[in-house]
Design a protein around this ligand. Structure first.
Ligand code: PLP
Length: 429
């Protein structure tokens, strides 16, 4: 595989950007080697600057659930941008976006658009603190909620990949206000709330953990958190930046039937443009400026072009059978990966929730963060490169979930599983 142009670009980039990238996991540091530079993308495929083509199971880390460069999204962006890129006054698309989100996720009674998932989660915990007058936040080991100071405590995603779950630069006084719990441990949550429930402003959780690979909630776990928050007056925040519009049209809250007080969104809601959103109970959202005293603002928030891309994507995913097709494609992929690994004698298990999946190099079921970190990351790294060489791009970290899009059809799945059969043999050798 010729990667000369990518190599040349990466060499230049290393001198200009930390690690040569604008977001850490892109650097391939944990899997080794060098990243490829994208030239274009279409449907299920990424094409690099050297002309290599990859079946893409990252979809820009989640947004591209309708496939790359979907014509409806591109058309919406093109026609909107000709009317101006940003106005600094309200525009109609913001209202349509809020109406659409509330229709799809009824707990989002009111909301605010922002520019990233990080902004959404930062704003949500500020609101939880402002509304309750309390300071402590609870998060879960291995969950990632963006790079806000309060969240870089036992964080997942890139922070975990690079062994930096607690980042330097986060003041201890602030980090001390973040309490961490083991995900899926009922007893630990009960005990913490018994001890300090009256000090907890909010609990923020990825309802399905997608930043420590992919870990599903145990039966009743999200409801348990709901009950603890209700009893103690803490605000329950579902961080659905990853799961929103991915595991079901109504997100994880619809899939599990548990209603949070606040939710955060990103990725799919922007259709590939920089967008996030937070919202929930109207009485809480009415506390956000200028309706209320909790301040939060944004020069480009509700940007018309970004709203257009997001709305076009939200339109596509409402099509008949959209999620059913995604879910069955994910089963074909995950069952196929498990079978290929088994045939090669490599211990592998998968987890899945509609268009999101986890691939673990272990023969045990993975239900906790401890289970996920105990997996064989060296074997994953070998598998990653064996797949990449065959034209299949999985996330360059053992601690990231994989994503399918509606553009992943029979051909792409068959190609992937053929590559996997060969790759697992390489891992076993
Ligand atoms: N929350 C979750 C669950 C995420 O997965 C991410 C990013 O991957 C974020 C928040 C942060 O979003 P962004 O990268 O858009 O700031």
């Amino acid at each position: 595989m010729n990667t000369a142009t990518s190599h040349e670009l990466f060499t230049r980039a290393l001198d200009l950007m930390p690690g040569g990238v604008n977001s850490p996991v892109r650097a391939f540091k944990s899997v080794g080697g060098e990243p490829f530079f994208a030239a274009s993308a279409e449907g299920a495929y990424l094409v690099d600057v050297d002309g290599n083509r990859y079946v893409d199971y990252i979809g820009s880390w989640g947004p591209m659930i309708a496939g790359h460069a979907h014509p409806k999204v591109l058309d919406a962006v093109a026609s909107t941008m000709r009317k101006g890129l940003s106005f600094g006054v309200p525009n109609a698309l913001e209202v349509t976006m809020a109406e659409t989100v509330r229709k799809l996720v009824p707990s989002m009674q009111m909301m605010r658009m922002v520019n990233s998932g990080t902004e959404a989660t930062l704003s949500a915990i500020r609101l939880a603190r402002g509304a309750t007058g309390r300071t402590r936040i609870v998060k879960f080991e291995g969950c990632y909620h963006g790079h806000g100071d309060s969240f870089l405590v036992k964080a997942g995603s890139g922070a975990l990949t690079f062994g930096l779950p607690n980042s330097p630069g986060v003041p201890k006084a602030l980090a001390d206000l973040t309490l961490t719990l083991p995900y899926n441990d009922f007893e630990a949550a009960t005990t913490l709330f018994a001890e300090m429930g009256d000090q907890i402003a909010g609990v923020i959780v990825e309802p399905i953990v997608g930043n420590a690979n992919c870990i599903l909630p145990r039966e009743g776990y999200l409801q348990h958190l709901r009950d603890l928050c209700t009893q103690s007056g803490a605000i329950l925040i579902f961080d659905e930046v990853m799961t929103g519009f991915r595991v079901a049209l109504g997100g994880a809250q619809a899939r599990y039937g548990v209603t949070p007080d606040l939710s955060t969104f990103g990725k799919i809601i922007g259709g590939g443009m920089p967008v996030g959103a937070y919202g929930g109970r109207a009485d809480l959202m009415q506390q956000i400026a200028p309706a209320g005293p909790v301040y939060q603002a944004g020069t480009l928030s509700g940007n018309p072009v970004a709203m257009a891309a997001g709305l076009a994507t939200l339109g596509i995913i409402q099509g008949p059978g959209f999620y059913e097709r995604l879910e069955s494609a994910t089963h074909v992929l995950c069952d196929g990966l498990e079978a290929a690994a088994h045939d090669a004698g490599v211990p592998v298990t998968t987890t899945r929730s509609c268009a999101m999946f986890g691939l673990f190099f272990t023969d045990r079921q993975v239900e906790t963060f401890a289970d996920a970190v105990a997996c064989d990351t060296a074997a994953f790294n070998r598998f990653f490169h064996a797949m990449l060489r065959r034209g299949v791009y999985f996330a360059p970290s053992a601690f990231e979930a994989g994503f399918l899009s509606s553009a992943h059809g029979e051909e792409e799945l068959a190609f992937t599983l053929q590559a996997a059969r060969e790759a697992f043999k390489e891992v076993a050798a």
